[in-house]
Design a protein around this ligand. Sequence first.
Ligand code: NAI
Length: 464
Amino acid sequence: MKTSRHDLVILGGGPAGYVAAIRAAQLGMKVACIDEQDRFGGTCVRVGCIPSKALLESSHLYAEAKHRFGEHGLKVSGLEVDLPAMMARKQKIVDTLTGGIDMLFKHRGVTPVLGRGKLRDVETVEVTQGDDTFLVQGDQLLLCPGSRPASLPMVEEDGDRIGNSTTALSFPDVPKRLVVIGGGYIGLELGSVWNRLGSEVIVLEALDRILPGMDSELATIAHRTFKKQGIEFRTSTFVESAKRDGDRCVVAVKGSDPIECDRVLLATGRTPMTADLGLEAVGIEPDRRGFLSVDEDFRTSVKSIYAAGDCIGGLMLAHKAMEEGVVCVERMAGISAHMNYDVIPAIIYTHPEIASVGKTEDQLKEAGVEYRKGICPFGANGRARTLGEPDGRVKVLADKQTDRILGVHIIGVRAGDMIAEAAVAMEFGATSEDVARSCHAHPTLAEALHEAALAVDGRAIHTT
Ligand code: NAI
């Protein structure tokens, strides 16, 4: 059988895999990267972060033009949604970025392999490409198979009327009524897209709050804000089943009437794709939920096999996976890199955006850590006012004794860009005083972080 040999073979070309491939090639390794889809980039680039952000931007502009241009003295007539054009723009962005990965692989000398890979032994992956089968061998193997949307047994997904995030990125028309199961990241982002484009959106959440895991104060503000935008939330609502009936869907919920709608989006989390990797051939056993365990080198129980990204658990975020890919191959090359899981920012790209890094207030209270808190509402920020975006706030949490920043939580316009400053500060072990003493340009949204840092010590200038 045709066989090729490499220093490192990476199984999966998503954020963990393709980034690890490029970094390993930079470090002088001969690398092959295998992906079963027709393009590299994984969920993030093809059917996740990138296409969803493209639709969030398009639908946001539509909502602004429809509801908010008047404030600026701008009159619009004949505004319409051209859904095929919006989808084509989204696809063009995806194609450009996946093409960019091909170009980067070529530039760095990474061997791309498009085909279905399965472990055969501790240094061999068997790849099936149509009718062709061949072997790709490496001194080391890195598993980055990613994750897929979780399904629920009683929700009859057909990939059309009842589907997951991939389905909801390509609806052929704007649903009249869309039921979203799950009030997490995907439910809120894709729920927002279709709500802005004109759907009646109902979010069903099993817990008594949306965005579990997020700072609860921010989640409460988010709930109120999205409700004002027209999204209906039913919390403490447990979905019993969802079935298609012709062109309609019926969602049964515990303790109340069934809900009829045109489409259902199931967004109740993601599950690792470790089932079909051939792990049994090498003696690696995933845990009960399918996750692989690794040590600080990202090594599995087999010496030559490593794993990174969604398949090893923790936050299922593209940037966490990218960092893990880099740290893993750098450690293989003898560089003493490490992951700091305490400083991984998380962002929800709704409007306003919600961004967070470090510990939440709830976590600090639970752990009995004494902290001081500084808040700056965006209403007190000049730049936010000029943008017409006075809603939301920045919250800085700092250790009561040392003043070291423990967490920063932001809800407001462009919060996702602002959180980077907080993450860098925390990575450097900054105190709130360090941020408060750093000169911030005026007028910028970043001044709200500055003010919140001042507020930790009760010396905010622009708030009372
Ligand atoms: P999630 O974990 O964020 O939210 C799932 C929600 O569904 C939870 O609130 C949960 O309580 C609820 N739920 C579970 N079972 C339910 C049931 N039977 N009935 C009603 N509600 C139920 O998962 P989501 O939104 O599917 O996102 C998946 C992953 O993708 C997340 O881990 C997230 O990190 C990642 N992601 C990140 C984005 C970003 O960084 N902006 C955007 C989209 C996804």
